[in-house]
Design a protein around this ligand. Structure first.
Ligand code: GLY
Length: 427
């Protein structure tokens, strides 16, 4: 099966690596890809912007793709999957209408309300709202304010803060950019990412994982796209995955079918597990990054057939997925000054850079001399697996120590709270 993966980050390298191990996949292409992906797939940086539907359809036609997998949210929200489907391709990724679950937080709230799933209470403010109305709504929220840009903001749209001035500043910044802004109640409890393959009303969950969104140890510093993740989560209650599917994901999938915009692709549930049970923090319309990296490293079912079945309306024919009975941890190597103004161009050296079981590439490319250089904020995803979470952590940090990129940093506490038994569901 000739397969094209659209995107260039660590998530896409994890997808490419899993697809490369599927005997049904005989040709792999990526647009644009990165330096690590280039060792496992033919990269097409010349194809043009990945959210340009004409460019992506032209590339899929050139390579006669039998499956197209769309990694990031921007091409999904802008309708690239619709254009590819109209051109006759099997596409893994929701339509633009269904990707609104990620593209508009206000739309997602309405769907959750109609589907009857638990989520934070929210109020929406639109550009032109008066100063007094903003202050009145800020009065009603807090002492931790959750302020969300309604639209896509490349990981910079959400501010969670105990400081009212910081909350007000984010409200003002989002409104000034011409976007609606949502204020939400803060959901207490540890966070879970559950990725589900969804094909209409059929929902097949992957392993639950936990991301670490803050830049620095002890969950300090600015929010990032994610600095590391691990799976599975031993601290979840018995039957947690099925509860998340039954209570939060399946009702939304049914509601999308009822509205005539069925979901097809990967639906990412971000949930907080509080005293009253789990509630939705967010839905995303794609695999998460970096959780995909450890999750797919444990997947034993060939990925290509699963994605193709979803893309062609046959997910119900696929049984439960098969997983290695292990733990996996990913630690992100970030460039100096990430996420504010990451320093690009530094040379990356060390061991494991050509082994996707050790390193999955994210923001990497080659310079004119062929040196491997940092070309993004999140540069590398270092991998570790083990029979226990402790062993997986030991391995991942041994692998981190083998790599050098001047000025780069990692968190040293990925999965530590889970290892130390410090994650508790509030009572
Ligand atoms: N891990 C966060 C995200 O993918 O949005």
């Amino acid at each position: 099966m000739r397969t094209l993966v659209i995107g260039s980050g660590g998530r896409e390298h994890a997808l490419i690596n899993a697809l490369a191990h599927d005997p049904a996949i005989d040709e792999l292409h990526a647009a644009p890809g990165n330096a690590g992906i280039a060792r496992q797939a033919t990269c097409h940086p010349e194809a043009g912007p990945i959210d340009n539907a004409v460019a992506m359809v032209t590339l899929a036609e050139e390579i006669q793709a039998e499956l197209v997998v769309i990694g990031p949210e921007a091409p999904l929200v802008s309708g690239v999957s619709d254009a590819l489907r109209e051109a006759g391709f099997a596409v893994f990724g929701p339509s633009a209408a269904a990707a609104r679950l990620e593209g508009s937080k206000a739309f997602a709230k309405q769907i959750m309300k109609d589907a009857g799933v638990a989520t934070a209470t929210a109020d929406e403010l639109n550009p032109g709202v008066s100063d007094a109305e903003i202050e009145e709504i800020l009065d009603r929220y807090g002492p931790i304010w959750v302020v969300k840009d309604d639209g896509l903001a490349g990981g910079k749209g959400v501010v969670v803060t105990p400081e009212r001035t910081a909350a007000r500043a984010h409200v003002d910044a989002v409104l000034a950019a011409g976007n609606p802004v949502l204020l939400e109640t803060f959901l207490d409890g540890p966070e879970v990412s559950l990725f589900c393959l969804v094909d209409g009303e059929t929902v097949v969950p992957l392993l639950p994982a936990q991301d670490h969104k803050r830049a620095y140890d002890h969950d300090e510093g600015p929010n990032t796209g994610g600095m590391g993740a691990y799976t599975p989560l031993d601290w979840l209650p018995e039957g947690a995955t099925q509860t998340l599917v039954d209570d939060l994901v399946a009702p939304v999938a049914r509601e999308m079918v009822r509205r005539g915009t069925p979901y097809s692709g990967l639906l990412y549930l971000g949930a907080a597990w509080g005293a009253k049970g789990p509630a939705v923090v967010e839905f995303n319309a794609r695999f998460g990054d970096p959780e995909t990296q450890p999750i797919l490293s444990l997947l034993k079912t060939p990925l290509g057939e699963v994605l193709h079945a979803t893309a062609t309306g046959r997910l119900s024919e696929i049984g439960p997925l098969d997983w290695a009975d292990e733990y996996a941890v990913t630690v992100v190597v970030a460039a100096k000054n990430y996420p504010i103004s990451p320093v690009k161009g530094g040379e990356i050296t060390g061991e494991g850079l050509d082994d996707p079981a050790v390193v999955l590439h994210a923001g990497t490319s080659r310079d004119a001399e062929g040196r491997l250089i940092a070309s993004g904020g999140r540069v590398l995803n270092i991998m570790g697996r083990g029979k226990t979470l402790v062993q997986a952590c030991e391995e991942v940090y041994r692998n981190v120590d083998k790599l050098q990129l001047e000025g780069s940093f990692t968190r040293s506490d990925i999965a530590r709270k889970a290892v130390e038994g410090e994650i508790r569901i509030p009572e």
